[in-house]
Design a protein around this ligand. Structure first.
Ligand SMILES: [Zn+2]
Length: 363
């Protein structure tokens, strides 16, 4: 295909012989020093109507210098990688997400690979409540097609204000059914498996076939406990997993992303959290009330879930490294700021450490 400038790239002459390429989706800036305005003219004329030799002739440049320039632009993701659009599954529906990913791609083939990874990935979402229901919807809107939904609960009237996809007429129905139906109304070509079981140690073993990512949004009995059960399933299989958070005390928790063998695992986090709490007991603020029903707000759940879904896209496509590996954050509604705390991978971790039971993953 003839070279064409990516529609999301702005070309900004900065003066003193410097041209900046600004990618609007990622805010990445690429700067190129040029001896004169020829490169600026060539770049601004890249509309897909001419091939490299026609461009060289038009601008009185050598074919080698034009080839070098085009190679540089391609390597830096400045050329349009979308065409031919027929290479992208469901392109007409998802052309905007495809265009979004384009800023992370270095070639048409790379972009198609990222899109295919998203479309073919099989993702388990555990817990379809305040965070999980939003996560599932966000993923489907992004282009994800294959989901395994895990939750034993039925829809309650008090769920509706913060859990996406459920209607008043769904009250009493299993959440896996109500959410599957809602998602299928959005995209009938989805591949959704319903798993109405309570998460416990070993309960994910019943899922047959390969899994590319597990997102834990279950908080019973606690987020820490469910994350360990999810980690216990994922670590020996090398499956990335994301802690989506819950709502008891952790409504604003931006959980960690775990890539087995590469990042701190759930146990690394647990040990360091215990250590921090021993150093400063005031950090431990547990509600000692049985059956507590603390406040909750839909927009806060949506924000949390959006961040989880964005991390999922990074893990699945490899477009860029997940940001929440080795850290977790807390969102403060009063300041709208997220504060992050870093946690390291422990060499002596009994899960992922050198002598840990899952040490085979990446060590
Ligand atoms: Zn570990």
């Amino acid at each position: 295909m003839n070279p064409r400038l990516s529609p999301s790239v702005s070309v900004v002459p900065l003066g003193a012989g410097v041209v900046e390429f600004f990618k609007t989706n990622t805010r990445q800036q690429v700067r190129l020093r040029t001896p004169d305005d020829t490169i600026l003219h060539i770049v601004n004329g890249l509309d897909g109507t001419k091939d490299a030799s026609e461009i060289a002739t038009e601008h009185g440049a050598t074919s080698q210098s034009v080839a070098r320039l085009l190679s540089y632009l391609e390597r830096n993701g400045i050329l349009d990688n979308v065409e031919p659009s027929s290479d992208f599954d469901a392109y007409e529906v998802f052309r905007r997400p495809v265009s979004f990913l384009q800023d992370f791609s270095t070639s048409h083939e790379h972009l198609v690979r990222m899109w295919d990874a998203l479309r073919s990935a099989r993702i388990v979402v555990v817990g379809l409540g305040a965070v999980g229901s939003w996560v599932a919807c966000c993923l489907v809107q992004t282009g994800v097609r294959r989901l395994v939904l895990v939750d034993p609960d039925v829809v309650e009237l008090s769920n509706l204000h913060r859990q996406l996809g459920y209607r008043t007429s769904d009250v009493g129905r299993p959440k896996v059914d109500a959410l599957s139906d809602a998602l299928m109304r959005y995209r009938p070509d989805l591949d959704i498996e319903r798993c109405p079981v309570e998460l416990s140690e070993g309960s994910l073993e019943r899922i047959e076939g390969g899994v590319d990512l597990v997102i834990n949004c279950a908080d019973k009995p606690t987020v820490d406990q469910t994350s360990k059960w999810v980690g216990g399933y994922c670590m020996p299989r090398g499956i990335p997993h994301i802690v989506g958070g819950g709502y008891n005390l952790h409504l604003s928790l931006i959980g960690q992303t775990v890539i087995p063998g590469r990042t701190a695992c759930v146990r690394c986090f647990e040990r360091q959290l215990e250590r921090d709490n021993e150093i400063d007991p005031t950090r431990v603020k547990k509600l000692q009330v049985p059956n507590r029903k603390v406040g909750s707000l839909g927009p806060l759940c949506a924000l949390n879930a959006s961040m989880v879904a964005m991390e999922a896209v990074k893990v699945l496509t490899g477009c860029t490294d997940p940001a929440n590996a080795n850290r977790r954050g807390e969102f403060d509604i009063t300041t709208m700021a997220v504060s992050y705390t870093a946690y390291e991978r422990l060499d002596d971790c009994d899960w992922c450490g050198e002598h840990g039971k899952y040490s085979g993953q990446g060590r």
